[in-house]
Design a protein around this ligand. Structure first.
Ligand code: FUB
Ligand code: ZN
Length: 711
């Protein structure tokens, strides 16, 4: 059916936000335990099943270097080699000679890849790949018990724990290369990054299985780190060069209730960016180069975090830091820290966010560029960075349920995060450009970081296991809870259990997202009042909420909301709060019409001037050569003409495609041999532009793609 297209900007009154928000712990929510959610959603269940059946086994093979034709990982090799050394150490006692530190590069590769010595290989942070894998395994087991997988995981945990030193230290890079230099290059060598991933993995596996071997090992390492770093005299005053330990220590604290982990996380946050810079002490040569200036913006350590107001530096590090800041702000009710989080959030989403939910405009340092610099064909937009953005958004929502955070979380998840993985779960993108000309990726050095097709694995394989852990725990982003309230941030069909004042409450939600905005909810709270806090997505221009089957059918006074008494609901910051005693026989139906929306970028985004992008609901669309022929740059969109939404499949994936009208410049009719010609009106032929969801691009071989099209 052809329909009209809406050009943005609309004003929805419920999106006019409260001005001064002050933190109040009575309003905080926390993610719903994965044990209390069973995902039934068609769309997300498929993603999670892909992770379970394809990605987890594939990644286990990759961690063991058993994937033909893929870059070797060396990850499990390193743990085994470190375990072997540890065994020797135990057997030899005082006769054991620790290896003295040898620097073998940020990435140490074997001379002969077919013959590995008992040495460390790969990137300095290679251990983290296993930790992310075990985290994904934990989440997956929560949804889908699998004794065989659990037994592989237990075996792997034995290998990892065998490498742990008597004193608790656990990082194979230094165990194998020389422990005499541990924590001497916090800026670059990722020991605290690996610690962070270890903590996340250990907590996840413990929560899924109740088995605490890895959690105990992780806690022992965290104890070691807590004894090493801190404000007390004699302790090291450093902090992570690549953040994540901050939020992971918070998670360990919330699991064990041991406050030393919270103190350490807070210390890392508070210490970061103070002058004199800790990293100067580690790297005196930096001081010589730039004695007076701000340094370490790449690591977000250029200023104390409470003074930062622009998202800068390495994008993954940045959003991991901001996530940790939000955690600490919540747990310590620190308004100044939360204000910094808000400033950084605003800067990022107003000036540095791609319409695909990607962040990181430049491959130089895998980093944020300056405000409004959002190039499409050289974008970095790392998959991990959008994952980190999802982490940050969820943490902001825990403090302050405000639809702006959920909207961005959804935008990142459904677009860049999902684009990171092929539809068959067998290959991955690290970089997520918004425009690709394959020839340029092959011939132009400035674009060598952009791959026109997904890769099986990477030497630096941060993204694939990060995807696995995020997709398999997606419900922890969809739902948060507090005493008597369930927040629904993402409409993902699920069966949910919750206890409210000692009463068991159940909620069953079905959802047709992301292709249709229809949702149903059935809740049973017996005689206990219970609140459903339902996000009204920022992208919908109207919505309809109706309660069907209630004993009486009061008029609410609102056209958008029917079947509810006006006293039963309120709307705040884009959330509809409905408080009542829910009966199983009633059904709440929500309808968020998904219109085709056509967007211009802010005029400061030079790359997008005169161009438009198309979205529908949470999905950002793109043009691909497979559907539109080559030379996508010759297309122009007539956004005013009627458009059509149609069922389509991309490699078997059922999606909605969007058909819109436009023109293609007829280059055959021009003089092809002339590079320049007097200005003239180009000859154009009318064409239908076929848009597919961005996350499905590059599944049909190497071809051109573009999110933005001329208008
Ligand atoms: O440095 C560890 C990870 O590798 C980062 O988070 C990614 O950006 C990649 O550089
Ligand atoms: Zn990554």
């Amino acid at each position: 059916m052809y329909g009209t297209v809406r050009l943005f900007r609309f004003v929805r009154l419920d999106l006019i936000f409260d001005g001064g928000f002050a933190m109040n712990k009575n309003n905080f929510s926390s993610p719903l335990s994965l044990r209390n959610v069973q995902i039934t959603d068609t769309f997300w269940k498929k993603e999670m099943e892909l992770v379970r059946t394809e990605v987890i086994p594939y990644q286990w093979a990759a961690l063991n270097d058993q994937v033909e034709g893929a870059a070797p990982s060396f990850c499990m090799h390193n743990f085994k080699a470190a375990g072997k050394l540890n065994k020797e150490k135990k057997e030899l006692g005082t006769a054991f000679k620790e290896p003295a530190y040898t620097f073998r590069g940020f990435e140490a590769l074997p001379e002969d890849p077919k013959h590995l010595d008992d040495k460390f290989y790969g990137f300095v942070f290679q251990d983290s790949d296993f930790y992310k894998w075990i985290e994904a395994v934990g989440y997956s087991l929560t949804q889908h018990p699998d004794p065989q997988l659990e037994s592989i995981a237990d075996g792997a945990i034995d290998i990892v724990c065998a490498a742990q030193q008597e004193d608790g230290y656990l990082d194979t890079y230094y165990i194998l290369n020389g422990k005499d230099r541990i924590f001497t290059n916090l800026r670059d060598h990722h020991e605290l990054y690996c610690l962070g991933h270890l903590l996340e993995g250990a907590v996840s596996y413990y929560q899924a299985t109740g088995k605490d071997k890895l959690l105990k090992a992780a806690s022992r390492y965290a104890d070691y780190v807590a004894a090493y770093f801190g404000p007390e005299e004699g302790k090291c005053k450093g902090y992570p060069g690549h953040e994540i330990a901050e939020m992971a220590l918070v998670r360990l604290y919330e699991t064990t209730q041991d406050s030393k982990y919270l103190d350490l996380a807070k210390y890392f946050i508070d210490e970061r960016g103070k002058q004199p810079y800790y990293f100067d002490k580690e790297h005196p040569e930096e001081v010589k180069k730039n004695p007076n200036g701000l340094r370490y913006a790449y690591n977000q350590a250029h200023l104390p975090v409470r003074e930062q107001d622009e998202a800068v530096g390495h994008a993954v590090r940045a959003v991991y830091l901001y996530s940790g800041m939000a955690d600490i702000a919540r747990l310590t009710e620190d308004d100044t820290l939360f204000d910094a989080c808000k400033r950084l959030w605003d800067n990022m989403v107003q000036k540095k966010l791609y319409i695909t939910g990607g962040i990181g405009g430049t491959h130089m340092g895998e980093a944020f560029s300056f405000n409004y610099d959002l190039p499409n064909d050289t974008a970095y937009a790392e998959t991990c960075a959008s994952i980190g953005l999802v982490f940050f958004a969820r943490r902001m929502l825990e403090i302050c349920p405000d639809v702006q955070y959920a909207d961005v979380m959804e935008q990142a998840l459904y677009n860049t995060v999902l684009a990171g993985m092929a539809l068959d779960g067998k290959s991955f993108f690290y970089v997520n450009p918004l425009e690709v000309l394959p020839e340029a990726c092959h011939k132009d050095e400035r674009k060598f970081h952009v791959k026109p097709v997904r890769q099986k694995w990477f030497g630096c394989a941060c993204c694939p296991p990060n995807l696995a852990r995020t997709l398999s725990s997606v419900s922890s982003y969809a739902f948060t809870e507090k005493d008597d309230t369930l927040f629904v941030h993402l409409y993902i069909g699920s069966d949910i259990k919750k206890t409210v004042n000692g009463t068991d409450v159940s909620v069953r939600m079905t959802s047709e997202f992301p292709w249709n905005g229809k949702v149903t909810l059935q809740a049973d709270s017996a005689d206990t009042p219970f609140t459903l806090a339902l996000r009204i997505p920022g992208w919908c221009t109207s919505y309809q909420v109706s309660l069907l089957g209630a004993a009486h059918n009061p008029i609410s006074g609102s056209e958008a909301i029917t079947g509810l008494d006006a006293s039963e609901y309120t709307i705040k910051n884009g959330y509809l709060y409905i408080t009542r005693k829910w009966k199983e026989s009633e059904t709440l139906t929500l309808d968020f019409p998904m219109e085709i929306q056509v967007w211009n970028a802010n005029p400061n985004v030079r790359e997008d001037i005169g161009r438009a992008a198309v979205t529908r609901g949470p999905i950002t669309y793109c043009l691909e050569e497979a559907d539109n022929g080559c030379d996508l740059h010759l297309l122009t969109l007539d956004w005013n003409a009627p458009a059509q939404v149609r069922d389509f499949t991309v490699c078997g994936e059922p999606v909605k495609e969007i058909l819109m009208q436009g023109f293609k410049e007829d280059k055959e009719k021009e003089a092809p041999q002339r590079l320049y010609r007097p200005v003239q009106t180009a000859e154009k032929s009318p064409v239908t532009l076929r848009f597919i969801p961005y996350y499905t691009w590059a599944n049909r071989g190497e071809n051109e793609m573009s999110v933005w099209v001329r208008v």
